[in-house]
Design a protein around this ligand. Structure first.
Ligand SMILES: Nc1nc2c(ncn2[C@@H]2O[C@H](COP(=O)(O)OP(=O)(O)OP(=O)(O)O)[C@@H](O)[C@H]2O)c(=O)[nH]1
Ligand SMILES: [Mg+2]
Length: 406
């Protein structure tokens, strides 16, 4: 009997303990959600959804508060929001970059010419070092020059001169050959061109530079890099976004400008590029800027309408006074096709200088020679990479040294 009573007591205690556990665990779950007055302990298990419904909103609201808090915290630290000016976009970047010095850039970037160096410079030196310079070898030399896009006429001229000088030279040491090749390549490039980018302008007016070329050659990038070069030289710059085909084009230019504290004059997408170019120069005059750089939309030289439009942009800008420079941007990797473009652009808007971009990583460095020959206009700048300071003044000596090694 005692045993039975003991068993019943134990059973009751066990049931009590278990229900207590259940209640307490339920209590824990419901505690956070139930109002203080609610009967949390005795909450009937028939209404669990009340507690479950209540719990997530509490979590959610906590997260929402954090998310709402974040943006103001960001704003407090970051730059003030840009207020878009429809005509003149103020530079908004608080930190202005200091571009690398421009002197000796080509020398610093010479490693970028590695592919041209291997195929043109080293290729020619290897061929010229052969013991027996027979007809076949001279043909190979010719092929090497043509493959590097030196062009037919300059190639024939160079081979003829090399043949003559090698004959006169007799025995050839590697050093002799390097000197010979260096001299002849320099001769082809011409050392007496004025390769400075003219940006002086008039007494009261800024220097005006217009940048033209087919699509994707690197016009906007070059305009941006050139702005950096000028700013590094202590000049103040206004940018004109006369590429109105895409809004992104003006954004791209403006981003370059903001990095060095140069304003960008821009207009609506699809607007008249000539009037934006005109306004850019007007703005440059108004604020006493040193230089106005006008970026234009890429256009195929075969599209007559677009080429006429470019001619108009130039004429309208010239109402302020003559342009200091019209730079044609050519992509070095397009090779001989660049020459055809160059010819047409030169007809429409008197080109005064050539910028050869993407010379890094192409074996077609010889295009420098060909394009100058074609237009009688000097290569003034070369693009040697996508970095913001990868634009170098073109120096024939440094270029040839990079090709043949020194
Ligand atoms: N490797 C290399 N890339 C370059 C060089 N110059 C420009 N680029 C790249 O070429 C691409 C086109 O450059 P953009 O400046 O936008 O060309 P764009 O002529 O303004 O193009 P559109 O306005 O569309 O006609 C970009 O990815 C540039 O980074 C260069 O010298 N070397
Ligand atoms: Mg562009």
């Amino acid at each position: 009997m005692e045993i039975v009573i003991l068993a019943v007591v134990i059973a009751l205690v066990a049931v009590g303990a278990i229900s207590g556990l259940v209640v307490s665990s339920r209590k824990k779950k419901q505690l956070p959600t139930a109002p203080p007055s609610a009967p949390t302990i005795t909450a009937p298990p028939a209404e669990p959804q009340v507690g479950e419904d209540a719990a997530p909103p509490r979590d959610e609201s906590r997260r929402t508060i954090e998310e709402v808090d974040l943006p103001p915290a960001d704003e407090a630290v970051g730059a003030p929001a840009a207020v878009e000016d429809p005509v003149v976009a103020e530079p908004v970047a608080p930190r202005i970059e200091i571009p690398e010095p421009t002197e000796g850039r080509l020398v610093r970037l010479r490693a970028r010419l590695a592919r041209s160096q291997n195929s043109l410079g080293k290729g020619l030196l290897t061929l010229l070092s052969r013991d027996n310079l027979d007809e076949e070898t001279w043909e190979e030399i010719e092929d090497t020059l043509l493959t590097a896009d030196v062009g037919v006429a300059p190639t024939q001229e160079l081979v003829e001169r090399l043949r003559e000088r090698v004959r006169v030279l007799g025995t050839r040491t590697p050093q002799d050959l390097r000197t010979l090749l260096r001299e002849e390549l320099l001769n082809l490039l011409g050392t007496d061109f004025d390769r400075a980018v003219r940006t002086e302008g008039g007494l009261e007016t800024p220097g005006v530079v217009m940048v033209v070329g087919v699509n994707g050659t690197g016009k906007t990038t070059t305009t941006g890099k050139l702005a950096r070069v000028l700013v590094a030289d202590g000049r103040s710059v206004v940018l004109g976004a006369a590429d109105t085909f895409r809004a992104a084009a003006a954004d791209q230019l403006q981003t370059w400008g903001e990095r060095v504290g140069a304003r960008t004059v821009r207009g609506p997408e699809g607007g008249d590029p000539a009037s934006i170019a005109y306004d850019a120069v007007k703005e440059g005059i108004k604020e006493g800027a040193d230089v106005v750089l006008i970026d234009t939309a890429g256009r195929l030289h075969t599209k007559t309408g677009l080429m006429d439009e470019l001619g108009k942009v130039k004429r309208v800008v010239e109402k302020h006074g003559p342009l200091d420079e019209v730079l044609l941007v050519l992509d070095a990797t397009t090779g001989q096709n660049g020459l055809v473009q160059a010819r047409v652009f030169a007809e429409v808007v008197d080109i005064t200088g050539i910028v050869l971009t993407k010379l890094d990583g192409t074996a077609k460095g010889g295009i420098v020679i060909a394009v100058q020959r074609e237009l009688g206009v000097p290569v003034k700048l070369v693009g040697l990479g996508e970095g913001s300071d990868d634009l170098a003044p073109f120096e024939p000596e440094a270029f040839v040294d990079a090709l043949v090694g020194d």
